[in-house]
Write a protein that binds this ligand. Structure first.
Ligand SMILES: Nc1nc2c(ncn2[C@@H]2O[C@H](COP(=O)(O)OP(=O)(O)OP(=O)(O)O)[C@@H](O)[C@H]2O)c(=O)[nH]1
Ligand SMILES: [Mg+2]
Length: 470
């Protein structure tokens, strides 16, 4: 694909399937011309679309220009450049939502000279035409895929140019410092005062500090974007699947009074307090009676080893059993790995026979959640604890600038290393001309986040993650 394209592209921009309306979008220098070829007004007359005011809608039909046959009844939306998503002339046909008529409309448009758009190509044009930077383009993908309100508002902030402004500010500071360092070297006869090492250090330290705090937001950004796994474990029959269903607000997992009901692990995404959790229900720990139970318990143990956030459940209405103690042993094995454990005592509606003191001391904890899934109590408390556990110890920036992808993080880390080299060089009192290489490296790394300095390959990679029509 060429870096800069000047043809006209088209695609079905709404999801494939039956819906009330579907949109065929055309963008590029010939968008108006092509739309005019296939569009007729309500009396089936051809009309000069260019004469319409920009950002207006018009009722009519899309026809097959060769046969004159009507394809669909449509609303034409006309948006002349530059105030459009791509900054090019754009026409959208709002069609009836059936896939067949949408395909036929698209076909007619293609026959008149448009090319099928590749995934993300509309957004790519918005980037190439300078309407958005790369971090904003990435925010468009996140926005489409956002699963919760928090991730939505974070991508919206990034789309609004939050990260772009921050990076641009850091880059211009770097450029200023580089210029001050290089000017006396480039123009030795001009008698330009050399900038003091203290001043360079002060500026670089500030930029490094800002870069570091951006890097620190990655964990939070990732949780917003990808969600966090929460594993439910416990001995058989304590109510794990009942909890799973309650958090999901649907009867997803089978619940019975028989121990050993759940066999396979079951996972579902759920939105709790604006954070996406992947809740995982597992087989209860018990003496395996057959090969299926053996496998399911093995599977549960594997999940337990990998889990970072664990909901461990006990039946409060009976004394601690040997299986409970085995569960506790397994949980305690992961103690040093920074795992977060939330302890639940379920079935308190049946009275309390569990030895709390013993439970607390075995697990080395100070509190638990008393719950009755039968009477729906303790659930709000659990949801609050879950949300807190997910974000605990993470940097949640007040200004909303969050890094949420590895590409951005890698570039920031590269910038960080380069800046640290500059500081080291200053300490060692090496001459300024050796600093410029690292300064340039820091500048380029930051530039790759916004797309100011970036290769075509990376750009194509980013946009290929989009859906077609965006
Ligand atoms: N009285 C009472 N019964 C409950 C409560 N929570 C769950 N139960 C019952 O306990 C039984 C087992 O519930 P499940 O949710 O299937 O338990 P589980 O831990 O998933 O069981 P396994 O999959 O076999 O390990 C069912 O009969 C539930 O209705 C509760 O809070 N109080
Ligand atoms: Mg179960």
């Amino acid at each position: 694909m060429k870096f800069w394209e000047n043809d006209t592209i088209a695609a079905i921009s709404t999801p494939i399937g039956e819906s009330g309306i579907g949109i065929v979008r055309i963008s590029g220098p010939k968008a108006l011309e092509i739309a005019q070829e296939v569009f007729r007004d309500k009396k089936l007359n051809k009309i000069k679309i260019r004469n319409f005011l920009s950002h207006t809608v018009h009722y009519g039909f899309v026809i097959n220009p060769e046969s004159g046959e009507k394809i669909d009844e449509v609303i034409l939306v006309l948006m002349k450049k530059p105030q459009t998503y791509t900054r090019e002339d754009t026409v959208e046909f709002n069609c009836h939502g059936g896939i067949l008529s949408l395909r036929k409309v698209l076909e007619a448009v293609i026959n008149c000279g448009a090319r099928m758009a590749e995934p993300g190509e509309f957004t790519k044009r918005a980037f190439l035409n300078g309407r958005i930077d790369l971090s904003q383009a990435e925010a468009v993908i996140d926005l489409i895929q956002a699963k919760t309100e928090r991730s939505l508002s974070s991508s919206l902030a990034q789309l609004g140019g939050n990260l772009k402004r921050k990076i641009t500010d850091l880059r211009s500071r770097l450029i200023r410092i580089s210029a001050e360092i290089e000017a006396p070297m480039d123009f030795p006869d001009q008698d330009i005062m050399e900038i003091s090492p203290e001043k360079v250090e002060e500026n670089i330290s500030y930029i490094l500090k800002e870069v570091n705090s951006l890097i620190e937001t990655l964990d939070y950004g990732k949780i917003l974007k990808e969600g966090i796994n929460a594993l439910i474990v416990g001995k058989a029959n304590v109510g794990k699947s009942s909890l799973f269903n309650t958090l999901l607000r649907e009867n997803r997992a089978i619940v019975t009074h028989l121990p050993g009901t759940t066999r396979d692990t079951i996972e579902e995404l759920v939105n709790i307090k604006g954070i996406a959790f992947k809740i995982i229900d597992t087989a209860g720990l018990k003496d395996p009676e057959n090969v299926i139970e053996k496998i399911s318990i093995k599977k549960m143990m594997k999940h337990l080893k990998e889990a970072r956030l664990i909901l461990v459940m006990f039946d409060a209405s009976v004394p601690l059993s040997s299986e409970d103690k085995e569960v506790i042993r397994e949980i305690n094995k992961g103690k040093n790995e920074n795992k977060k454990v939330i302890v639940i005592e379920n079935k308190i509606d049946l009275g309390e026979k569990i030895n709390r003191e013993k439970l607390f001391s075995l697990l080395d904890i100070k509190d638990s959640i008393k719950m009755s899934l039968k009477e729906k109590s303790g659930i709000e408390e659990l949801e609050e604890k879950l949300a807190r556990a997910a974000t605990e110890g993470l940097v949640i920036p007040e200004n909303g600038v969050v890094i949420n992808n590895v590409r951005q993080a890698n570039q920031l880390n590269r910038a960080k290393q380069a800046l640290e080299q500059v500081l080291l060089g200053l300490k060692k009192k090496i001459t300024y001309d050796f600093l410029t290489v690292d300064l340039k490296d820091a500048l380029d790394s930051l530039g790759e986040i916004t797309g100011d300095s970036i290769s075509e390959e990376i750009i194509n990679d980013i946009f290929s993650r989009f859906c077609i029509g965006k």
